[in-house]
Design a protein. Structure first.
Length: 87
């Protein structure tokens, strides 16, 4: 029984890490949407455009973090890349 629990532990860790990765991508998507909302304002001035750029930069960094996190998971758990999941 103890051996079964040990054998399932890596899967549980992977599932938790994949959930965190999903959260990172969701946060990046939310930031991207917030940035695009700034562009939809009726009066776009330089200040608003600077806000857009900052939010977009933050979103891009979050996407980079999520991608790097996924790469590290693929390496750690020796997951084969599946192209269909990235379409």
């Amino acid at each position: 029984m103890n051996d079964t629990r040990k054998s399932h532990q890596p899967i549980a860790c992977l599932n938790q890490a994949l959930e965190r990765n999903h959260q990172l991508f969701s946060e990046a998507q939310s930031l991207r949407c917030a940035a695009l909302d700034i562009l939809d304002r009726p009066y776009l001035d330089t200040s608003a455009f600077s806000q857009y750029q900052e939010k977009r930069r933050h979103a891009d960094l979050k996407y980079d973090d999520a991608i790097e996190h996924l790469r590290s998971l693929m390496t750690k758990y020796q997951l084969p890349p599946n192209i269909q999941h990235f379409r």
